[in-house]
Design a protein around this ligand. Structure first.
Ligand SMILES: CSC[C@H]1O[C@@H](n2cnc3c(O)ncnc32)[C@H](O)[C@@H]1O
Ligand SMILES: [Zn+2]
Length: 433
């Protein structure tokens, strides 16, 4: 992807922010002024007439390269879906596949207003290359799965260390390494504890799945005598630097523990509904207990897209439906989860339309049907629009999409199509052997 911003100053003229028509100036990748009188000389001028501005969105749980598996296996029970369909195909993935799959994911995210994401997958050095090419921000973790086997654990430790070193060597402020123990049902307590210690040593964040299904909780209690949240806690994995994805089957003690430890709970409503996990994240309790609250799409195999507008709406609707409360998770909170909270969860500064903040900016088509009428722009963004309303996206002041044009899009789509063909061919060959 050809970057269209290389340190230039940007002026977005005549754009609507919360019902006010303003100009926005960007200097050194940060918002310099926002107001009726803002303006002056700029290297890049964007016409904001006919646009509504919101902060850039942050997706706090995904497996980006799973774009290549979109629609490959649907309508199944989680454990069968993973063990019978997803893992056998993933066994044939190559680094090149992950490179193209992650670029495809970034393209889709940019098109729908996401400027940063939290990823857990394999071949993450290749994912990092893809993120750098696309100009978006990401926190990347190698999915650590030791299956309670010491030899496998050593391999996972090596891969986790290698990713941290290679991301450090990239020296790109938009790309961070994290440690990614998959879950309590795929990683031993020795593995979980190693991950916690490595995160402390390296000063990097933690990305883990937690309490996605009832089975995860009952199996864990049967095996260890305690719940998954307690296992993570005794291994040192519950910290203010932790993003715990799903958090559906938490009880009130779990919520208190996540709040006390300052963990961010990433709500993934579309994936949870599609996989019928049977329970919505206890948003109200987590909020009351002071846990961080953010949103994620999960991978494209269980969603099946990366549209954070859909996720905001699903989150608000699922919470209202499941907890029998039309007032829970109002639109403003959904937007906050998808922007400032998401950025904070990943340790990025962005997600706020404020002077001094990194210039993560999304323009929506003000004249689109979903924005007509526009009594309350937040309501329209959360309940009426989806990513299709996004016209222009800036990440740290860099223009990644302007008037719906993402430079290099055709090349990404082509590369992804070729990767999918190769992956299916390798899988077919192995089955017929
Ligand atoms: C080790 S990388 C991540 C690993 O997780 C798998 N995965 C995708 N979606 C889910 C989900 O909802 N729950 C648990 N695991 C999931 C993915 O296919 C990779 O193998
Ligand atoms: Zn996941």
């Amino acid at each position: 992807m050809k970057e269209t911003y290389n340190g230039e100053d940007v002026l977005v003229r005549d754009v609507e922010v919360q019902g006010r028509r303003v100009n926005i100036t960007i200097e050194g990748g940060r918002f310099a002024a926002i107001g009726e009188d803002a303006g002056g000389e700029a290297d890049v001028v964007i016409d904001g007439r006919g646009a509504v501005a919101i902060p850039g969105l942050y997706n706090t749980h995904t497996h980006a390269a799973m774009t290549l598996l979109r629609g490959y296996a649907d309508d199944m029970i989680l454990q069968e879906w993973l063990s019978e369909k997803i893992w056998p195909l993933e066994a044939h993935l190559t680094g090149e596949d992950v490179y193209w799959g992650t670029q495809l994911a970034c393209l889709e995210m940019i098109r729908s207003g996401t400027v940063g994401f939290n990823d857990m997958y394999f071949f993450m050095e290749d994912a990092a290359r893809a993120v750098e090419t696309m100009g978006i921000k990401a926190q990347l973790s190698y999915g650590f799965i030791d299956l309670f086997d010491e030899e496998k654990r050593e391999k996972e430790i090596k891969a986790t260390k290698a990713l941290a070193s290679s991301i450090q060597a990239m020296n790109n402020p938009r790309i961070k390494a994290a440690v990614g123990p998959h879950s309590v049902y795929t990683v031993s307590e020795e593995g979980l504890s190693w991950c916690a210690e490595f995160s402390r040593q390296q000063d990097i964040n933690i990305h883990v799945h937690l309490a996605e299904t009832e089975k995860e909780v009952t199996d864990c209690v049967a095996k260890t005598g305690v719940r998954p949240t307690q296992v993570l806690d005794r291994c040192g994995l519950l910290t203010p630097r932790t993003v715990a994805a799903h958090c559906c089957w938490l009880d009130s003690d779990d919520c208190a523990l996540l709040g006390d430890r300052g963990v961010f709970a990433s709500h993934n409503p579309a994936s949870n509904m599609k996989l019928a996990v049977g329970r919505a994240m206890p948003y109200g309790l987590l909020k009351e207990r002071g846990a961080g609250l953010c949103l994620g799409t999960d991978g494209c195999s269980s969603n099946n897209n990366l549209d954070m507008f859909e996720e905001m709406k699903f989150a608000a609707l699922l919470q209202k439906f499941f907890w029998h409360s039309p007032t829970i998770l109002p639109a403003g909170e959904a937007l906050q989860m998808a922007t400032a909270n998401g950025a904070a969860a990943l340790g990025f500064e962005g997600g706020q339309l404020e002077v001094g903040a990194p210039a993560d900016l999304v323009l929506l088509d003000r004249r689109a049907a979903c924005n007509t009428p526009l009594y309350n722009p937040t309501s329209n963004a959360v309940y009426a629009c989806n990513g299709g309303a996004v016209t222009t996206v800036l990440c740290d002041g860099r223009v990644l999409m302007q008037d719906r044009v993402v430079p290099g899009e055709a090349e990404v789509l082509d590369g992804a199509r070729q990767a999918i063909a190769g992956l299916l061919e390798r899988h077919r060959a192995s089955v017929s052997e």
